[in-house]
Design a protein around this ligand. Structure first.
Ligand code: NAD
Length: 238
């Protein structure tokens, strides 16, 4: 499909784009995320019932950021951004590999690992120094009496971030391109339907056919790091 350089392009990425960097996707092992049930580590109830377990789980994910690198798919997206006029990158990922791959203005709809959020003021702060990556809880710098920080992550049952900005971009785009997402987690999985209803062309790059495959005009099955660089080159040279 030809992508015109003057078109408006919206990208939605999921855990699959970071898989080749060594970060496990969500549905790797029978619905378990890094050997944990989602209910035990990624819900507000889990944080209330067992904050130590949740904290350690996310501290491990945060420390992992220091060991992983962006892959060819992240880099290809930064090249696409440079080559077109209107570009919006929305990610469900909480890692920082898009930014480190050269993308700017990444919209993290499910939060970020690099930042932590004050439980009282809800302000977030970047906390990635060595002292910030241990097993002990951390406290905010925004309140007079420092309060406990929680992972700056949108857990299941919580409202995704930046939805207004996301819907505005999706409703006016010409091309909506999804990379590495299983199509199970809503509302992200429903954005392709919004794009279609606004007459955008929809393209998917994923390792396997996802739950919402029917909603795409064009599907490329394979690893994002192998498929995407050639696709981006072909789009930019058409
Ligand atoms: P998911 O784990 O549900 O699905 C990932 C999809 O990527 C699968 O369909 C899989 O077939 C595909 N995939 C695997 N390897 C691939 C590759 N090399 N190239 C292309 N596709 C590949 O992920 P999701 O749809 O993003 O939903 C999971 C939720 O878990 C998200 O909300 C996300 O915030 C969170 N999560 C984030 C990270 C991260 O930040 N890297 C990692 C795990 C989970």
């Amino acid at each position: 499909m030809a992508i015109m350089i003057g078109s408006s392009i919206v990208i939605l990425t999921g855990a699959g784009i970071s898989a080749e960097s060594g970060i496990n996707t969500f549905r790797d092992n029978n619905g378990l995320w890094e050997n944990h049930r989602i209910e035990d580590v990624a819900t507000p109830t889990a944080w209330i019932d067992n904050p130590e377990l949740v904290w350690k789980f996310y501290q491990t994910r945060r420390k992992q950021l220091l060991e992983v690198k962006p892959n060819q798919a992240h880099i290809a997206l930064s090249k696409l951004e440079e080559g077109v006029n209107e570009f919006t990158l929305i990610t469900q990922n909480v890692d920082d590999l898009h930014e480190r791959g050269g993308s700017s203005n990444v919209i993290h709809m499910h939060g970020r690992l690099r930042t932590l959020r004050c439980e009282v003021s809800q302000k977030h702060e970047e906390r990635m120094e060595e002292d910030d990556l241990g097993d002990d809880f951390l406290f905010c710098t925004c309140c007079t009496e420092p309060n406990r920080l929680r992972p700056d992550i949108v857990w299941f049952g919580e409202m995704p971030m930046h939805l207004e900005e996301i819907y505005e971009a999706v409703e006016k785009c010409d091309f909506f391109i999804v990379i590495g997402s299983s199509g199970h987690v809503y509302p992200a999985a429903g954005l392709v339907n919004v794009a279609r209803s606004c007459s955008a062309k929809t393209i998917l790059i994923n390792f396997e056919s996802p739950a919402n495959a029917f909603a795409f005009d064009e599907i490329h099955l394979g690893k994002a790091g192998e498929v995407l660089p050639d696709l981006v080159n072909s789009w930019l040279n058409e």
